[in-house]
Design a protein around this ligand. Sequence first.
Ligand SMILES: *[C@@H]1O[C@H](CO)[C@@H](O)[C@H](O)[C@H]1NC(C)=O
Ligand SMILES: *[C@@H]1O[C@H](CO)[C@@H](O)[C@H](O)[C@H]1NC(C)=O
Ligand SMILES: *[C@@H]1O[C@H](CO)[C@@H](O)[C@H](O)[C@H]1NC(C)=O
Length: 155
Amino acid sequence: MNYLLFFLLISLVNCKGCKDQCECPDLLDRLDWPERGNVSYAEGAGCFRNITCGTSYYYTLVTFNFTESEIYRNDYFNSPAIALSINYEVQTGPNINIFQFFGMICENNEWYITKYPYGINYFTTMAEELEIGANGEFDGKKSKILRFKCELPSK
Ligand SMILES: *[C@@H]1O[C@H](CO)[C@@H](O)[C@H](O)[C@H]1NC(C)=O
Ligand SMILES: *[C@@H]1O[C@H](CO)[C@@H](O)[C@H](O)[C@H]1NC(C)=O
Ligand SMILES: *[C@@H]1O[C@H](CO)[C@@H](O)[C@H](O)[C@H]1NC(C)=O
């Protein structure tokens, strides 16, 4: 074992600054609604974030495209698929850290979600509205974030 190389590698991995940098673009640029200022946002080490929509937003959601997702569907109409933060019968309420809730991660300069706590809503080519994966079966699959929204309950 080459110890010099070993210690060099260790110091590279631990180097100060490297760990705190996030290669991904500003996640708030993907926020559709409301204003950035209405959303509570904090940056932690690396690409860790806290994003909370605020007390009056229930229907928070993330949109993505099945062409940029590990979830395979062959019947979708060309409109964004929607990862939901609620179940229509049981509302989870506001003040969730959506970063954690949807398992947002940064990889190769792109933001992805990896959790679908209440499944996905999308339109099929037959103009049928479907809800799938509400049992969490898609958790762990990556989907590139198109936009996210903090929507009002009235929506
Ligand atoms: C959003 O922020 C604006 C100003 O930053 C404020 O006037 C407005 O009341 C806020 N809306 C909500 C729903 O919090
Ligand atoms: C994010 O939220 C967690 C839990 O509330 C808190 O412990 C942590 O300090 C927050 N991080 C930042 C960077 O605000
Ligand atoms: C999804 O990606 C495909 C292929 O890049 C593109 O043609 C389509 O317009 C995208 N759909 C949406 C809703 O962004």
